[in-house]
Design a protein around this ligand. Structure first.
Ligand code: GDG
Length: 740
């Protein structure tokens, strides 16, 4: 059975040192509980920071023994690493950024990126050390985004999953991060990438499209030749356990006591970690507004707000706490009566049974974060209501809102709206309260933390991943080598090469794809190879090819074979009659699309017009390309033109022209009998491949469908392949070939 290696910043344990003895206890929480089953089954391990522990060797070895019993592997971090990687970079930069609080990003914390990387590497090394063939690795959260790619390098064949517990922000916000590409590439080391909601997944997909140019299709994307799956896995809580606690005698007694204390007033509850994402000041201001508008409520409601201390060493949290204290003090001062203080505010953590008793006592639970990955408090509240009563008020900016549709939804920024909604909720009829709670309960009970962990693990087990590819890749490699050998041995070799995307990488703008000295040298050397004819078959206009490659001893074919200059020095000749009457109708349409699609441009050729959208926003470009295709298709029947959809280009050209046109004359030139190799990356190259005589070879560059029998990943691989032809001598002495 395959083991699962769980990797998170913190180990789910608490280490205490009592009278020189080390005690380790397991922590509770959705993540720890959900993974307890998978962690304990097989020989799975949990890798993470054990917290601040003594560096004393004796103490460490005792700790490690205790940890080994819990199948936990420590990643020790120094105080300075914790300050920089965890407090400063993870909590001071990534946390506010991913929660849209860009003003709170610590300015000096940007310096700590290096430490973030080093600590991520340290984690990856510990995992790689523990890894055994067949294991699966599951990396958690924003502190460890670089670990998947680092692992991919250390243990290339491992199945790696990554789950983000916080929101993935809109790409507009994400791209603020100077290390956005490194972070995305880090995450893309995984085979499966999980998010709480569909919007986070979409934001991520958009970010990789804009930042890395990697296009996804639904939940699937291909990056560096690997298939990567994305998915939505909303985390749940241990609902059965909360329900069990909520029915316990001692808890019910506490519920009774809380209600007595409320003395008939409606109880409003809030439970949050002290964090600026939780929307506490606005929630308090909404209470303030409500009591101002409805003074009669002052003796009729009581709010209990538990605030759990958190990240006390990060400056912005301390400041936030002081402001909140003052605000609550002011509101209580303004609305307290002789009989009651409206907001009962506790700044500390409470035992779980007490928490459940509060959940079960509440008439109205306020969960109003400004942003929250999921928010487990909302689900715990629902799970703690076997009595099927109580109202959940939930911010539309919590991940939980995408699932818990029967909660009363609020926009936490709309203070007045929240005040009104609190007031309305308090008077909801019992029947409606129960109806909402019943549906909420069925969701929370079904999709609990066990379901979450199991569904992620199952998806990771079956994700396409790297493991699916090697056999195919190996056989492709062997075939490729066999073909190379045939070409190398040929003394009459005809090379038909596309230019853009084949010999040089696609440039953002067509004018920028100027040939570099290296490619010129390669073409020169190939042309000088005995018995070898080299031809460039491109979609570009003749003047461009002439100015870039005119001086070389090779044949040039422009505009998809409309023009040919088979030998250097010979004039360009047309291969088809010139009928451009169709341009009058087509050009205005292309111009319209160019103006609608910022960044796109029109290329004018003698027998064609091309609308390039590589520089436009990729999604807008794609959508408009589809629209343009429909528009042109509708026009074509009346025109002597046809349309070709290429790589980020829609081209309209005179009918009957295609790259395959050049093949017949070249194939018979110099008595024929050539071994032909055609290489191309685009749809227009398929026509070249189709026209090749039997026994020829065709290589498609890049991914996507092709009729070519062979494939190379990119122009660098093409160059490498072609330059290897220069190493081997042909079998026989060459015939001099005059076709250049
Ligand atoms: C991150 C994401 C996502 C709170 N006070 C007490 C107490 N708690 C427990 C709650 C709950 C947990 O703390 C808080 O969980 P949240 O989900 O609300 O928030 P984060 O800690 O920010 O977690 C979040 C989560 O990851 C999981 O993916 O949902 O969006 O930010 O379990 O019960 N527990 C006890 N006493 C307290 O006083 N015993």
């Amino acid at each position: 059975m395959s083991r699962l290696l769980i990797v998170s910043n913190r180990l789910p344990i608490t280490v205490k040192s009592e009278q020189g003895k080390i005690r380790v206890s397991e922590s509770i929480g959705g993540l720890a509980t959900g993974l307890r089953g998978p962690h304990q089954s097989g020989e799975s391990l949990w890798v993470g920071w054990p917290g601040e522990v003594s560096s004393h060797e004796g103490q460490r070895s005792r700790l490690e023994k205790e940890l080994a019993d819990l199948r936990a592997v420590p990643v020790y971090l120094t105080e300075s690493e914790i300050n920089r990687y965890y407090e400063a970079f993870s909590n001071g930069v990534l946390w506010p950024l991913f929660h849209y609080q860009t003003d709170l990003i610590q300015r000096d914390a940007w310096r700590h990126w290096e430490t973030y990387r080093e600590v991520n590497r340290h984690f990856a090394e510990v995992v790689a050390r523990e890894y055994r063939s067949g294991d699966m690795v599951w990396v958690h959260d924003y502190q460890l985004t670089l670990v998947p790619a680092m692992l991919r390098r250390l243990i290339p064949r491992a199945r790696i999953g990554f789950f983000l517990h916080i929101p993935f922000p809109s790409s507009e916000v994400f791209r603020i991060l100077p290390w956005r590409s490194q972070m995305l590439e880090g995450i893309l080391g995984a085979d499966l990438i999980g998010f709480h909601t569909f919007s986070y997944m979409r934001h991520f997909a958009r970010a990789i499209l804009l930042v890395l140019g990697a296009e996804s299709q639904g939940e699937m994307l291909t990056f560096e030749e690997r298939k990567i799956l994305m998915g939505v896995f909303p985390i749940g809580v241990d609902a059965a356990e909360f329900g069990r606690l909520a029915d316990q005698e001692s808890v019910l007694a506490k519920v009774e006591a809380v209600r007595q204390e409320c003395g008939g007033r409606k109880m409003i509850l809030g439970v949050d970690r002290l964090d600026y994402t939780k929307g506490l000041p606005r929630r308090m201001l909404a209470m303030d507004r409500l009591l101002e508008r409805e003074p009669g409520l002052r003796d009729k409601v009581r709010m209990i707000q538990i605030v759990v201390p958190s990240r006390t060493r990060v400056d912005s949290y301390e400041q936030y706490r002081q402001n909140l204290d003052e605000l609550v003090g002011r509101i209580n001062g303004a609305h307290a009566t002789v009989n009651s203080v409206p907001i009962h505010y506790l700044y500390r953590s409470i035992p779980q049974t007490e928490l459940v008793a509060l959940y079960r006592s509440a008439d109205l639970m306020l969960v109003t974060p400004l942003r929250d990955g999921m928010n487990l408090v909302a689900k715990e509240f629902v799970a703690s209501r076997p009595d099927e009563d109580g109202i959940l008020m939930l911010s539309e900016f919590a991940g939980a809102a995408e699932e818990l549709r029967e909660a009363v939804s609020v926009n936490p920024y709309d203070i007045d709206g929240v005040a009104t909604t609190i007031s309305n909720s308090l008077s909801l009829p019992e029947e409606e309260r129960r109806a909402r709670m019943r549906v909420l309960r069925s969701r929370v009970l079904t999709y609990d933390c066990y379901h979450w962990a199991n569904s992620f693990i199952k998806a990771l087990e079956t994700a396409p991943g790297v493991t699916a590819q090697p056999v195919e890749a190996q056989s492709a490699h062997a075939r490729m080598e066999a073909m190379h050998e045939k070409l190398s041995g040929s003394d009459r070799l005809l090379l038909l090469l596309d230019y853009d995307g084949t010999l040089v990488p696609l440039a953002s703008s067509p004018q920028l794809a100027v040939p570099d000295p290296e490619v010129k040298k390669l073409l020169q050397a190939l042309a000088a190879r005995p018995g070898t004819a080299v031809h460039i078959v491109s979609g570009r206009p003749a003047p461009v090819l002439e100015s870039w490659l005119g001086g070389m001893p090779i044949g040039l074919h422009a505009e998809h074979g409309f023009w040919s200059r088979p030998e250097p020095g010979s004039p360009w000749q047309r291969n088809s009659p010139d009928d451009s009457s169709w341009k009058e109708a087509v050009l205005p349409v292309l111009e319209q699309f160019a103006s609608w699609t910022p960044g796109s441009l029109i290329e004018r050729k003698s027998a064609g017009l091309a609308w390039h959208y590589r520089m436009a926003d990729p999604e807008l470009g794609k959508a408009h390309a589809r629209d343009l295709q429909n528009r042109i298709e509708a026009m074509l029947p009346g025109l002597a033109a046809e349309m070709v959809m290429g790589h980020k280009v829609v081209e309209v050209r005179a009918r009957g022209i295609h790259k395959g046109m050049v093949v017949p004359s070249l194939a018979v030139a110099g008595d024929g009998d050539w071994t032909i190799l055609a290489v191309g990356d685009d749809r227009s190259d398929e026509e070249l491949f189709a026209a090749l005589p039997p026994g020829s070879f065709a290589i498609h560059v890049g991914s996507g469908e092709s009729r070519a029998g062979y494939r190379l990943p990119d122009p660098a691989a093409v160059r490498d392949f072609l330059s290897r032809l220069l190493e081997a001598e042909p079998r026989e002495q060459p015939l001099l070939n005059s076709r250049g």
